[in-house]
Write a protein of this length. Structure first.
Ligand code: FES
Ligand code: FES
Length: 164
């Protein structure tokens, strides 16, 4: 039996969308397959790696577990919404500068987790940062450079006019 589809409205990176989804369609599927936003990655598909992390209503969510219907009438931010044209977001710049990217598979999820952390807590301790990224797995970097990158953003975050 074919599953009923329903219409949802979702704002993604500031743009409103009306989408037709099934009850079991995940947010990750909608982002990647319907909106062609392929920055969020499907690593495990089981809520264990964090590579699919996006921000919904200011909170980091694992988009492989979140249902698209639960994003109805919500604001979603993905890695594609972080840069302004060619200009990288401060957090992305910091990842590049600190060598916190190797294969890059975990990076979009890490950056979104870092953004959610810094928005909620502009001056996290290293322990706060470690805790925040504990659900984001990285097989390449050993995490130290990622933590340094996030740390560098909050140390420059007090500059006037700083974007975050
Ligand atoms: S793909 Fe979502 S947590 Fe791994
Ligand atoms: S840079 Fe390769 S998994 Fe993190």
């Amino acid at each position: 039996m074919r599953e009923m589809k329903q219409i949802i409205n979702m704002t993604v990176n500031g743009e409103p969308h009306e989408l037709l989804v099934e009850a079991r369609t995940t947010l990750l599927e909608v982002l990647r397959d319907q909106l062609d936003l392929t920055g969020a990655k499907e690593g495990c598909g089981l809520g264990e790696c964090g590579s699919c992390t996006v921000i919904m209503e200011g909170k980091p969510v694992l988009s492989c577990l979140a249902l698209a219907v639960d994003a109805h009438d919500k604001e979603v931010l993905t890695i594609e919404g972080m840069s302004q044209g060619e200009e990288l977001h401060l957090i992305q710049e910091a990842f590049v500068k600190h060598g916190a990217i190797q294969c890059g598979y975990c990076t979009p999820g890490m950056v979104m987790t870092a953004k959610a952390l810094l928005d909620e807590n502009p001056h996290p301790t290293q322990e706060d940062t470690k805790k925040a990224i504990s659900g984001n797995l990285c097989r390449c970097t050993g995490y130290t450079k990622i933590i340094e990158a996030i740390d560098s953003v909050h140390s420059i975050g007090d500059l006037p006019g700083e974007k975050r």
